[in-house]
Design a binder for this molecule. Sequence first.
Ligand SMILES: [Zn+2]
Length: 506
Amino acid sequence: MINPAAAPRILIQGGRVYHHDGDVHQPAVADILVAGDIIERLGQNLPADDGTEIIDAAGKLVVPGFVNAHYHSHDVMAKGLFEEMPFDIWAVHSNPSNYGPRSLEEVRLRTLIGAAESLRNGITTIQDFLTVVPQEEAVVDTVLSAYEEAGIRVVFAIAARDRAALDIAPFLPADLPEAIRTRVAGADRKAKDELDFVAGEIKRLGLRPTPQQTWALAPSAPQRCSHELLEGVAALSRMHDLPVLTHVYETRVQAAAARRQPSDSSLLDVLALAGLLTEKLGIVHGVWLTAREIAQIAEAGACVIHNPVSNLKLKSGVAPILDLHRAGVDIALGCDNYSCAETQNIFIAMRLLCLLPAVTDPEPGPVDAAYAVRAATIAGARAVGLTGAIGAIKPGMKADLIILDLNEPAFVPFNSAARQVVFSECGRAVETVLVGGRPVVRSRKLVTVDETALAAAVEKVAPAFRRDAQALAGRNADLVAPLLNANREAWKVPLGFERYIGRGPR
Ligand SMILES: [Zn+2]
């Protein structure tokens, strides 16, 4: 335990301090006293004791650290390798299981690179939904120690699935060659093995492996998990009071496949039947939710994690942001993984959250810049189980703070904090970042990790990954045409609504 009297103290002096409920355009100037990992006081002209570090924030804007509520660190090395791949084709090129085990050095470096870009862009909490290949303690330890080294807060989740088949499998032609059919079907795993690994790691490492590390549960998607696995996850969630995150209706194919089940089943009903449709549930994507399913989510008090960049890059459609908002569903934001979104930059996600509703609705609406800042902070905190701890600048909350330089062109002239954070800034103004009271970025540089040395180390392991990606693309070559055809086949299933402008593909 840190003795509060002995904890390092930092006084952030004279900055404009962003309050969600205050003047979001011209935030008032205030001092912030940080003691240990907590914001102790806010006020005017706060005194500094001897030994208190002063950070001069005059001419700067202090905002709560951002929460990236959806990310997978397993494919950082695939950054920039793929484009023009609709979801299911991307999936076979990026699935970590198709790459086999990676060296622990590569695992460490890829985790650090993702954490480094996040921190430089003001993301202080990351939710890593990690497919652990192979499911071994050493991989988990390597990832968590890399996060600790970088100094970022992490809500860690081990992805679980026992059904291996591609989501698009129901739409593949019956006369597919056996060799392709076998690959599409994959090898199922045992629900018990998946649950035992997740439960075992939580037990081994504890509910708080380090002060900045907590857990979430991550059944990959309802259609990729047996009822037994989903029920087991629900039991773990109840036992440890953990949030549950799962991909739901990312693509039209997934919605069409659900309709093909004998009972015309809804993936939300599948989750409800397993006891997972509760206020602890975060629906990742939710692009192809029906009006009834949106009402179910609202009634359960579950939230949605919107990932606009990956949804667009994988041609998955645009999530029903306005419908979710009108129903009272909290929307958090994710930057998703590098192989399908390329960057950990929540400024882009906030911007798209505000801009995308215009593709279907020409009227002025409620999803404005201040709402987007909440989505990237308070709603994100809630989605990852950290309500009350992070997401706002208040005494008693964790000192996860970003200091933005208002002399950057994005903020000149300074007309509105919220609007310029969301619509003008790209990350360049992020000057200082504190996570749990510890400065991890100063003068736009990581202080925890030598970025130049990290880049050099990554370049050493990158050629092997590129070779493996190229070999995988070769093995996948005969899958691409059948998958594209199956995608078109799925379009023939009527859903009664669309998530593209017009009527979808010709
Ligand atoms: Zn995901």
